[in-house]
Design a protein around this ligand. Sequence first.
Ligand SMILES: NC(=O)c1ccc[n+]([C@@H]2O[C@H](COP(=O)([O-])OP(=O)(O)OC[C@H]3O[C@@H](n4cnc5c(N)ncnc54)[C@H](OP(=O)(O)O)[C@@H]3O)[C@@H](O)[C@H]2O)c1
Length: 379
Amino acid sequence: MTAHAPRPDQTRRLTSTVAGDGHVDIRIAEHDLTEPRPHEVIVRIKAAPINPSDLIVMLADAEPSSARTVAGEHGSALRLDIPGDALARSELRLGATVPVGNEGSGVVVAAGSSPEAQALLGATVAVLGGGTFAEHVRVPWRACMAFAPGTPARSVASAFVNPLTVLGMIDTMRAEGHTALVHTAAASNLGQMLVQVCVRDGIGLVNVVRRTEQAELLRSLGAEHVCVSSSATFSDDLVEAVAATGATIAFDAVGGDTTGQLLVAFERAARRTMGAYSPYGSEVHKQVYVYGLLDPGPVHVPREVGMAWGVGGWLLGPFLQRIGPDGLARLRDQVAAGIDTVFASRYAREVHLDDLLRPDVVEAMCRRATGDKYLLVTD
Ligand SMILES: NC(=O)c1ccc[n+]([C@@H]2O[C@H](COP(=O)([O-])OP(=O)(O)OC[C@H]3O[C@@H](n4cnc5c(N)ncnc54)[C@H](OP(=O)(O)O)[C@@H]3O)[C@@H](O)[C@H]2O)c1
C-alpha cells in the first residue's frame, strides 16, 4: 500500500439487521477499515444516491410508518416492523448485519499494490457496491469509474446503477431482436435518462406514467409517446403508441396488473397486421421484463395475450455478468461521456448518515415519488 495516503483504521457505516421476531434495526456502526489488498482501493465516500433498491436492503420491506428510535447496547437504532409475509423473504439474512448502499462517489485515499489500483490514488471515482452509505468503502479497482480531476463527486454519485440499467435495457432489446420498447414508471430518474438516450439514438420508446405532469416533464425532454395510466383512454392510447413505434418489449418497473396491460397492448397492436384469425393469437413474440417492484401485488397475465409471450425478471447484476468485463468497459465509456447530459441525476434533498436514523426522513424517502430522490452526503 502507498504510504502517503491517509487511511483511518475505522470508518462509520450504515447497517441493517433483520430479527426473527419481525423487525429491522438500522444503525450507524464503527467498522474496521483494513489495508487494501493489491487489487483494492479505499474510497472516501462523498455522496451516494438513495435508490429504490437501497431501500429494499435497508428496510427489508418493513412498514415505513412503524419507524421509531430505540436505545441499544451499541447506541440508538431506527426500528421498523416487518409484516409476516415480507419477513419470509428475509429468511436468509436473519440476524446478519448487512451494509447498505449500492453506489456512490468520492476520492481514492489508499490503494493496493497493483498498478491499476495505484493509478486511481487521489482520483474522483464513482463506485459500484461495497456498502456506500458509509464514510469509506474498500472495493476492487474494477468497481470504480474515474473522472477528470476537479469533477464534483456529487455529480457522478449515480454513475452506475441507473445509467447502466438504461444501456442494459437497450442492449437487451437489440440482442433479443426488438426494435422499440415500452417503459413504465417512466418519469423516474432512470426513465428520464432512457428518454434522452432514445431521443439521441433514434430509438422508438413508449413511456407509461401515472400523472399528466409527468407526461409534460418527459415531453420537455423530447419524448414523443407518453401514455398516462390514470387517463380514461389509457388502454387505447397504449395500443396506438405501441403500433406507431413497433415496440414488442417492455421494461416494467411496476409489475402487478401493469405487466398484463402491456402484453395486452402488444397483442392488440400485433393483431392489426394478422392475416387470419388464430385461437392462439398473433405469432409476434411479446416480452415484458419486470425490473422493479413498485406494485407489491402478483403479476397478472390475462388470457387475451395469446400464446406468444414471455414475462421475466431483469436485474443489472446478471446482465453485467452476461456482457463480461469488455462489455462493461464499453458501457462505462458511454456513461462517462454522458454523465453531465443524458445520464445526469437530480436530487430533491441532501441528507447525512445520521439523518437516516430519523423516522420522518425514512418515511419521506419511502414515497419513491417522481423528482423526490435523496442524496446521502458525508460532508
Ligand atoms: N432491475 C434493476 O437492475 C434495476 C436497476 C435500477 C433501477 N431499477 C428500478 O428502476 C425503478 C426506477 O428507479 P429510480 O431510481 O429512477 O426511481 P425514482 O427516481 O425514485 O422514481 C421512482 C418512480 O416510480 C414511480 N412509482 C412509484 N410507485 C409507483 C407505483 N406503485 N406505480 C407506478 N409508478 C410508481 C414514481 O412515480 P410517481 O411520482 O407517480 O409516484 C417515480 O416516477 C425502481 O423501481 C428501481 O427499483 C431496477
